[in-house]
Design a protein around this ligand. Structure first.
Ligand code: ADP
Ligand code: ZN
Length: 354
């Protein structure tokens, strides 16, 4: 088992990553709880929920809220529905919320916990590879009709307990999604980790030791950045490598066409190409492309319009006066934020789509 301590301004918490650790959850919590409210979804709960709660106090009161999977759950309606269930279960300020699932469950449960009676403890139990990213850094949110994650706060969990056994049931598309974010972290902050990933034949969700190591290395890169920059100023922006075009692709192709990570991987390919051109660095682009190919990442975007993607990129909250601020790499491990003007971007996206 690997343990990483994340220091937040008011508190710090441990991220435990291991195989089978769902059976000893209580040992990995900072204290014991009498009243526990578990939020999960129907793809996950039947496999893992009982294991996770089995080590809690024998007389603890456990209430389960199992919802339908999917991003639609991060809605205002669901938010109030869950609060209603929490009042019904008579949770007091000393109760605990357990978020068992991927990023959707983590974001939703975390936001609920952050506002129920002005905030009660919550613990993330991630079941996706991508959730290594959302479970560290303290961002929790639900969606508004205007856009994703627009109603939210910074609210760190009191612990993260990550059992890699749960990854065995994760669909391949979601495995790709998570590894895109891991290779992003490697590019931003760990050249050795990048070599390991690029030199490996195929993604393998069955290899537990490897998963523990990969997730821990990714979490360490992210932790270093969020500790230095808890509230989204300069450093944290670097985590957006690949996300400017990635977000545009997700929105333009229609959410759900690609997973978040698949879109980010394409966005990274674009950002790395632009970086090589701008800085003349060797970013192992050929190897990255072949890594994407052999792991069945989508590589072509035949139906998307370059100009519409550029307009989306300009709408990104990180862009100012039509110039787009993109994260590029001067070298592996050396990210920078660069302004890219409309024409340069339009030409680059056009040739990228060809
Ligand atoms: P993330 O944002 O971390 O990628 P999501 O919450 O969007 O995760 O989950 C992606 C999908 O995978 C959802 O449909 C969810 O129900 C499903 N899922 C998550 N974890 C598992 C798992 N361990 N086994 C099977 N399905 C899972
Ligand atoms: Zn992301």
């Amino acid at each position: 088992m690997e343990q990483i301590t994340v220091k937040a301004s008011q508190s710090s918490y441990k991220v435990s990553v291991g195989a089978g650790i769902r059976h000893k959850l209580s040992e990995l919590l900072p204290k014991s709880y009498q009243n526990v409210f578990v939020i999960s979804d129907t793809s996950i709960a039947p496999h893992y929920l009982d294991d996770y709660v089995s080590s809690l106090l024998p007389d603890a009161k456990i209430t389960k809220k199992i919802i339908e999977p999917g991003e639609a759950a991060k809605s205002k309606d669901m938010y109030f529905d869950i609060l209603d269930s929490m009042f019904e279960a008579e949770l007091d300020r000393k109760a605990l919320v357990l978020a068992l699932g991927g990023g959707v469950i983590g974001d939703l449960a975390g936001f609920v916990a952050s506002t129920y009676m002005r905030g009660i403890d919550f613990v993330q139990l991630p079941t996706t590879i991508l959730a290594h990213d959302s479970s560290v850094g303290g961002k929790v949110a639900i969606n508004h009709e205007t856009g994703k994650n627009l109603i939210g706060s910074f609210y760190p969990p009191v612990a993260v307990v990550y059992d890699v056994d749960t990854i065995t049931t994760l669909p391949e598309k979601e495995v790709r999604s998570g590894y895109a974010e891991l290779i992003k972290e490697a590019y931003i902050g760990n050249a050795d980790f990048l070599s390991q990933l690029l030199e490996r034949k195929k993604l393998d969700k069955e290899n537990e030791e490897q998963l523990i190591e990969d997730l821990s290395l990714g979490i360490r890169v992210k932790t270093k950045i969020v500790e230095a920059d808890e509230k989204e100023n300069d450093l944290r922006k670097f985590l957006n490598l690949g996300h400017t075009l990635g977000h545009a692709i997700e929105a333009e192709a229609g959410y759900g066409t690609f997973t978040h990570g698949e879109a980010v991987a394409i966005g990274m390919l674009f950002a790395l190409e632009l970086s090589e051109r701008r800085f003349g660095a060797d970013l192992r682009l050929g190897e990255f492309r072949s890594w994407m190919e052999r792991n069945d990442y989508p590589m072509h975007l035949p139906d998307l319009s370059a100009e519409r993607l550029v307009i989306r990129m300009q709408m990104d909250k990180k862009s100012e006066n039509k110039e787009v601020h993109m994260v590029l790499l001067r070298e592996i491990g050396d990210p920078v934020t660069e302004k890219v003007d409309h024409d340069t971007l339009h030409n680059a996206v056009t040739s990228f789509l060809e």
